[in-house]
Design a protein around this ligand. Sequence first.
Ligand code: ATP
Ligand code: MG
Length: 272
Amino acid sequence: MTGLLTLDAVRFGYDPERPVLEDISFAVQHGEVVAVVGRNGAGKSTMLRLLNGLLRPDAGRLTIAGRDSADLKVSEIAAHIGTVFQAPEQQIFNATVRSEIGFGPAQQGLAPREQAARIDEAVARTGLEGVLDTHPLDLDAAMRRFVAVASVIACRPDLMLLDEAQRGLDATRRATLGGIIADWKASGRAIVLVCHDMDFVAAHADRVLGLAAGRLAVDAPVRDFFADAAATRAVSVEQPGIVALAQALGQPVALSASELVTGLAPRLKGGA
Ligand SMILES: Nc1ncnc2c1ncn2[C@@H]1O[C@H](COP(=O)(O)OP(=O)(O)OP(=O)(O)O)[C@@H](O)[C@H]1O
Ligand SMILES: [Mg+2]
């Protein structure tokens, strides 16, 4: 399978003499949610900037929808890949939430009615109805992030990149973001999310890519990753609370409370 996105032996350094990422190879398929994890400075955001074409590999090959990204302009890559940056204020440049969300569909040359439908859908999904005429930079950090998410939703790319999009969200907004991720996956599109929050990774990712010392130290299904203490240690992350609890109870890896309860049911019925 060619994959939606493939990297083959990619290397990159801001100073090419000192690579930040080296020998990175993986593929992302339609319908996958892939988490990129690793300690501060491991190169996670750099990797996203390579995926969306803001940075170009010093060596190796990156293909998007089967085409070598070296042959694609940033605007052509943007048709396939939308990004919510770690600091969304750096990507917001319109004077109202409505115009910010509508910018991408307008650039795509969609008919006005389709543009309006895209804006309505993205606004409903992100809960921004009440702030359409507000300046995005007058919103709090979490709402600004949802403006960036809505802008990506409105463009309907195959792949959405999220850099720490869950950071600092309250429970309601976290659930909203989780729902957006689930719907995106269900529609056969893909997500690569950079995330320091292992509870969020356990709840939403299918697969984990772990960076350590500039290399891809881990590429594993999320359940296998959290079952392997050596793997989590290798990329300097903690186990999610639910996984630690399952292990303390002598259960196999559980990725959610309901999974843990299901696993415990026979013991509970037996009165153990
Ligand atoms: N624009 C830049 N110019 C030069 N070096 C940079 C630049 N951006 C990042 N770096 C360096 O590249 C390395 C990887 O940074 P990156 O931001 O990709 O890490 P990260 O994994 O996203 O970290 P965090 O978890 O803190 O967000 C770090 O050593 C960082 O200092
Ligand atoms: Mg980062």
